[in-house]
Design a protein around this ligand. Structure first.
Ligand SMILES: C[S@@+](CC[C@H](N)C(=O)[O-])C[C@H]1O[C@@H](n2cnc3c(N)ncnc32)[C@H](O)[C@@H]1O
Length: 316
């Protein structure tokens, strides 16, 4: 609301992009595709979690900023903001400037150099193959959840699919809620799932997931959405490894929204399969919106729950 008129918003998060548009801002959704127009006076960004993403952003900022334009990065101490500030200054040509801003730190780098001293961003833009278990190739990129190794929680959920599919007809329709690069969709497809809808808020995740749908011949669609908002269809099965953190902080309410979204997107006889870290009170969250919640697998770190009987209230 406090942004000056003419401010353009670019977000790799669909929910933020929608919120900005709702406030009348000119917002675009992409995987940090800053314009190479060399005409911006200021780029302001909270530091992303993954170093390759931050470096990619700094490199792209150089092409987007006018000479003398500034890049503002901010974040808490644990984000590595001081290092990012130094790297940004080295890349853009100015002297590092980092100062305290409440509990955060603000790093300012000015584009003074005639050439970009490009930072190694691990070739961030490129999707790359990750050799998953079972010999299935999945495409992924830095910054995505479990991008360089299959997440053990997601693997635990995938290991239950054979039994869950055997206990009923293979689902004709499936929702992969918070799909990331689509690991759970690929596993479900391999077990005979029908049409799959995969949703996520993260632009990079959606790009990678769409690539994996094409590579694995998966019928379905990959759509940007905040907790499946705007997805009108009901499904036979929902698969979910919900986020438990937003940025660097734990966020139980975000996790709870995924349980509600699952219940709200199932047919009456539909089922949901959730994997969560053991610290997440999954049974409590599930019982608010499902009649039946059964723990079907657990390790010292993770638990998988099979949920049935979405409450009527969720089926609006
Ligand atoms: C724990 S990861 C699981 C990813 C993937 N399903 C897997 O098993 O590898 C959670 C995913 O939820 C996505 N996410 C976070 N907030 C979301 C929201 N509000 N709506 C949809 N997806 C969201 C994240 O981008 C991330 O890809």
């Amino acid at each position: 609301a406090g942004l000056p008129p003419g401010t353009r918003v670019l977000s790799n998060r669909w929910d933020l992009c929608v919120a900005a548009r709702d406030r009348g801002l000119d917002a675009s959704f992409s995987d940090f595709e800053l314009p190479a127009t060399a005409d911006l006076e200021l780029i302001a960004c909270r530091v992303p979690k993954e170093r390759a993403v931050v470096r990619h952003l700094i490199n792209r900022a150089w092409h987007a900023l006018a000479p003398g334009g500034r890049l503002l990065l901010w974040g808490g101490k644990q984000t590595g903001i001081k290092t990012h500030g130094k790297e940004a200054a080295a890349a853009l040509g100015g002297a590092p400037e980092v100062r305290k801003l409440g509990t955060d730190y603000l790093a300012v780098a000015t584009r003074t150099g005639a050439t970009l001293h490009s930072l190694d961003d691990a070739d961030y833009e490129a999707l790359r193959p990750l050799l998953a278990y079972g010999g299935r190739v999945l495409f992924t990129k830095p910054g995505l959840f479990g991008w360089d190794q299959i997440d053990p929680g997601s693997a635990l959920l995938a290991a239950q699919l054979l039994q869950v599919f055997a206990d009923g007809p293979a689902p004709r329709t499936l929702l992969d809620l918070g799909c990331g690069y689509g690991y759970l969709s690929v596993a479900a497809h391999a077990h005979g799932a029908g049409a799959i809808t995969a949703t996520d808020t993260c632009a990079a995740a959606l790009l990678a997931c769409a690539k994996n749908f094409a590579a694995h011949g998966i019928a379905g669609e990959v759509v940007p959405s905040d907790c499946a908002e705007g997805v009108a269809e009901r499904f036979d099965l929902v698969l979910c490894n919900p986020p438990f953190h937003r940025g660097f902080a734990a966020d139980q309410e975000l996790c709870a929204r995924f349980f509600r979204a699952a219940a709200g997107h199932l047919h009456r006889a539909g089922r949901a399969l959730f994997v969560t870290h053991r610290v997440v009170p999954a049974a409590t969250l599930a019982q608010e919106v499902f009649r039946s919640c059964e723990q079907i697998a657990a390790t010292p770190s993770f638990q998988v729950h099979l949920l049935k009987g979405p409450h009527r209230a969720a089926l609006t």
